[in-house]
Design a protein around this ligand. Sequence first.
Ligand SMILES: Cc1ncc(COP(=O)(O)O)c(C=O)c1O
Length: 324
Amino acid sequence: MRFTIGFDLDDKKKVFECWDEIITTHKWSEGKYTEQFEEKWSRYHNLDSVSFVNWTGAALAVIEFFKLKGEVILCPSNTFMATPLCIINGGAKVEFVDCNRDDLCMDVVDLKKKIEKFKPKAVCVVHIGGHIAFQIKEIAKLCKEKNIVLIEDCAHTHGASWDGVRAGAYGDVGLYSFYATKTISTGEGGMLVTKNKALVEFARKFRNYGKFDYVVQGINARMSEFTAALGCVQIDRLDDIIRWKNEYAKKHLDPKYPKRMIFPKGMISGLYKYIVFDPIEKSTGKVYDQPCHHFIKRDYPLPNTDWVAQNHWCVPLYYKGEEL
Ligand SMILES: Cc1ncc(COP(=O)(O)O)c(C=O)c1O
């Protein structure tokens, strides 16, 4: 299957109508589409939402809000380098936690050990591949007991849920990315989701240079109206994309790949990736083939992370993708 952006060409007209309106009304930033996109995203996730220029802008706001500069933040090594790099660029210290072999996400047993060893102020779970980390409930409970901030990296989990609960609702905050390869994309973009009203207020100021009282030392991390309008159309299409991918996978892929990732009861994966544990021809490769601790060197072993990097593959699965 050839790579396609998660976008229905039938939606082109709607997008162009919005863009036409944006151009003619001269409101290219901080307008009604930014608000609308946030409202739609909030409704879908049952959480408050703040849009950003990208995931990274939102993550920097979180590091500032929870005063994590100089503190240790734990994250998995099996993730995109954005996760640890953002921690470092935000002025915090990163240490790595091993993953599980079945879900590719953070292992709660190793997390307990790393909490004892590094005394972190925050943990960043990454929901790798489009499903919710299988141990997210245990991780959330542990973080609560230890008074540790729990950040969910939801860059892959558009449309995923577990017994109706969406990614981003388990921890203190969730961070979505709308980069071009994601299940739904706006080219670039990010969204912070949370129940924490003070964080919402802070994040709105942070992305806008702290306007207007400048108490928050912010940056420009705003989403443009053009991006937000595309986002409004994309969120309306999201359920259709998730349905299509899950039906396609069930009919065409599951019978072919018995050694695939199996989800717990009640979990709906957004299927950002279709993950199998056997080498396959015409794979799109790995979710990540180089764990982050190989780039940012650490002296402790992460055996499952190294195993996962060697032993999983992704079957191409793109919304209405053309079969080769
Ligand atoms: C797991 C993960 N975290 C963070 C990011 C960073 O997102 P952005 O490019 O929107 O800053 C990505 C993007 O590819 C990602 O896959």
